[in-house]
Design a protein around this ligand. Structure first.
Ligand SMILES: [Zn+2]
Length: 464
């Protein structure tokens, strides 16, 4: 609704008249420059309050010692978490965690912080990125992430690893990574969320719905991981020492990271403060590795995050997008859910480092029951029955399978219609073991006399 001029408050009416007069007398350009207060060198897109803390040591170095401008977008507000300080939960906890995050980041000089307010999901048996993309209202969150890239115009975007890993492996972490990667690839394209980049009707007047942002192509994309093992990221990007001393602060980056984390009291209570007081900073002193997901300006894979980014705008760099497999005839089988999605997502977004980064893996507890989905594809013109075989290490068992007609385990039969796919859900039971170990489960199938597979999943079974 546009207010009639006589309904405007006196001060507004006065200021509008004044501004209009200034604009006329100085021949102001039609398009004022983007607001420099929000320009960032680095935009971090993190999933929960405290996930920015994982890289707080690096962010402190970038801001306090290299004078980089860093902005942070947090996709959720951590409303599903615990509260070590008081009784406040759910929505009230989100209000608290938002402030904790702002105070934490302010301690290392970062104040441009936004929240997308996607719900914090509580992961079930195995994290699946697709569940979190659903609860995040994927399209809406993506539009917001694109807006923040266009508003902050970062040279570098940093987010978490879009992959299933053994470790915390939270599905919200993966969803933030997917959304950040998509936003990196779309913010420079004016046909995506065009209302954001349309020139506002009259920016000195009220009620404009065109946002007046500019398209923006970031130059480099980096991932960090919540995995419990870092072997697979070695040499895939830079690694930063946390025992190094900040020249401007004269304390280690580990100490600055612990201080940043100390503001997240609903999650960590007084532990970080005690670590600081007793100088017991071992938990913060591990080297911090990143994966270079892609660079549009070249440079060494293990080079510094800000190396070679320059300061100018670069042209939009379209990614190759989804391409159907060239050899899609016949019968095939693959791991479903997040794994099937990532197989298509990585090449579509030019993430050439990702397909070979690590084989499909998952971590489960000793004796736990958990489901795995297999996708059976039939690209022929007639129905085909797959005879599926699950090869398990000693001590494992199959709890149940989703099926129409089955033979006694370990062989089950599934009929897939012509030009169709089905998802088979197999519920597995891990052995009870004393000592943690890696084990491998393999599936093969016979169909129409063809051997299909193998498809393997390595499982880290935690000891009791
Ligand atoms: Zn998290």
């Amino acid at each position: 609704m546009r207010l009639a001029s006589w309904r405007l408050p006196l001060m507004n009416w006065f200021s509008v008249m004044t501004l209009a007069g200034v604009a006329n007398s100085q021949q102001a350009p039609a398009n004022p420059p983007p607001d420099e207060r929000f320009k960032a060198d680095i935009l971090v897109i993190a999933p929960h309050p405290d996930d920015e803390s994982t890289i707080a040591g690096y962010l402190a170095k970038a801001v306090l010692d290299e004078h980089r401008r860093v902005a942070v977008v947090v996709t959720t507000r951590g409303d599903a978490g615990q509260n070590l300080v008081g009784y406040e939960q759910a929505r009230s906890l989100a209000e608290i965690r938002e402030i904790e995050t702002r105070q934490a980041l302010a301690s290392i000089g970062i104040t441009n912080v936004w929240f997308l307010r996607a719900p914090d999901t509580w992961a079930r048996d195995i994290s699946d990125v697709l569940r979190s993309l659903e609860t995040s209202n994927h399209g809406s969150s993506l539009g917001e992430a694109v807006r923040f890239i266009r508003l902050t115009r970062p040279e570098v975007v940093i987010t978490m690893l879009p992959a299933t890993v053994v470790g915390e492996n939270h599905e919200d972490h993966q969803a933030a990574a997917v959304i950040a990667t998509e936003a990196f690839d779309l913010a420079g394209d004016p046909t995506w969320f065009p209302e954001q980049v349309a020139t506002s009707e009259d920016h000195l007047w009220y009620g404009n719905l065109m946002e007046g942002l500019r398209t923006w192509q970031p130059k480099k994309l980096y991932y960090y991981t919540d995995a419990s093992h870092f072997d697979f990221v070695k040499g895939k990007g830079p690694e930063y020492s946390m025992t190094a001393v900040s020249p401007s602060q004269r304390v280690s980056y580990a100490r600055l990271a612990a201080k940043e984390l100390s503001f997240h009291r609903t999650q960590y209570g007084d532990d970080p403060a005690k670590a600081l007081a007793t100088n017991n900073l071992r938990d913060y002193e591990q080297p911090l590795p990143f994966v270079l997901a892609k660079s549009l300006v070249g440079g060494a894979v293990i080079g510094d995050i800000m190396a070679g980014v320059g300061s100018g705008k670069i042209p939009f760099a379209p990614v190759r997008g989804y391409r159907p497999p060239e050899n899609s005839a016949g019968l095939s089988m693959e791991l479903g859910e997040g794994w099937a999605f990532y197989r298509r997502f990585y090449p579509a977004h030019n993430l050439d480092v990702m397909p070979g980064l690590l084989p499909p893996e998952v971590g489960v507890g000793s004796g736990s029951h958990f489901p795995v989905q297999l996708l059976l594809h039939n690209s022929t013109d007639k129905p085909v029955t797959f005879h599926l075989r699950t090869q398990l290490p000693p001590g494992w068992s199959v709890d149940s399978t989703s099926e129409e007609h089955s033979h006694p385990w370990p062989m089950s039969a599934f009929t897939v219609g012509a030009q169709d796919d089905i998802g088979v859900r197999i519920r597995l039971v891990a052995p009870r073991i004393e000592k943690s170990q890696w084990q491998t489960i393999t599936w093969t199938a016979d169909a129409e006399g063809h051997e299909i597979g193998p498809v393997s999943l390595r499982v880290f079974v935690g000891g009791q």
